[in-house]
Design a protein around this ligand. Structure first.
Ligand SMILES: [Zn+2]
Length: 282
């Protein structure tokens, strides 16, 4: 187990970078280190484009409150703009838990044109005919790529899922299913509520400190209330599994502060974004 100084040293080797592009009328956030890998394609949706009406205005990719037909049209636009086949999508069915399901081509359309998967916040696959999709508002997306075993994972990590170590569980499930070695794996974190904006109650902050004692995750905001650095919590659970800090990449984009993203914390009733990850055909 790491001590706190060695965690801080390791965290210093993590890269924080993102790129943003607009293509086919939609916006896509990416991790440069993942874009550099020709074996995979990934991204995270922005708000521009789309047909949803207020209060969801834009490219809402959450089915929770909006018109289903509008959200499906938004997915069509997103898949075209991002360049993956619409009929390859398999969607999570989130419950803020830590369940991870292994999926393949037989699951294509689940949660979209077919019945939802059983409750799960994480998906893994080694099937290049599948595009993994997870939904997000202020919650983190974790991206996983094992270039040796050619396997991927994607999950939705709200604060409860992050506290429960869903990221660690995705890595554990990839080890079990595909024989992945964490030292080979690349891990990424998408846009989410940032360390300075994520204000919590003292009890929640203490729960995180108890669960991640080496991780300097506590902050304080201008109102004197505690904040939690979920990006450090993410990195900590990847490193606990043996992922190298130089293989961890954060986009460093805050949903609450970025008007081109939906934020539950900023707006209340609103829409959501989607993360996608797929293996490219050989
Ligand atoms: Zn922020």
């Amino acid at each position: 187990m790491m001590d706190r100084p060695s965690f801080q040293e390791a965290f210093g080797r993590i890269q924080v970078a993102h790129t943003y592009r607009e293509q086919g009328g939609v916006g896509i956030y990416t991790l440069p280190a993942f874009s550099a890998r020709p074996e995979i394609d990934h991204g995270f949706s922005a708000r521009i484009g789309g047909v949803s009406k207020p209060p969801f205005t834009g490219l809402n990719l959450s089915f929770t409150h909006d018109e289903r037909a509008d959200v499906m049209e938004n997915y069509r636009r997103f898949s075209r703009g991002a360049g993956f086949p619409e009929d390859s999508m398999v969607m999570d069915s989130y419950e803020h838990g830590i369940t991870v399901l292994q999926v393949d081509r037989k699951d294509r359309g689940r949660g979209y044109t077919r019945e939802s998967l059983p409750a799960c916040d994480g998906l893994i696959t080694n099937d290049p005919e599948v595009t993994l999709i997870t939904g997000h508002a202020d919650c983190m997306a974790f991206y996983f790529f094992d270039p040796v075993k050619k396997a991927i994972g994607l999950c939705h990590a709200g604060w409860r899922g992050a506290l429960g170590r869903i990221g660690g569980n995705v890595i554990a499930q990839m080890r079990k299913a595909y024989g992945s070695d964490p030292r080979d794996m690349l891990c990424g974190v998408g846009p989410s509520i940032c360390p300075k904006c994520f204000e919590v109650g003292e009890d929640v902050c203490e729960d995180f400190e108890a669960a991640f004692p080496v991780c300097p995750l506590r902050g304080v905001n201008g109102r004197g209330n505690p904040t939690v650095d979920l990006w450090q919590v993410a990195a900590c659970q990847f490193m606990e599994q043996g992922v190298l800090p130089e293989h961890i990449f954060l986009m460093g984009v805050c949903t609450q502060e970025t008007m081109n993203l939906y934020s539950y914390r900023r707006e209340g009733r609103t829409g959501g974004m989607a993360a996608f990850l797929r293996l490219k055909m050989e």
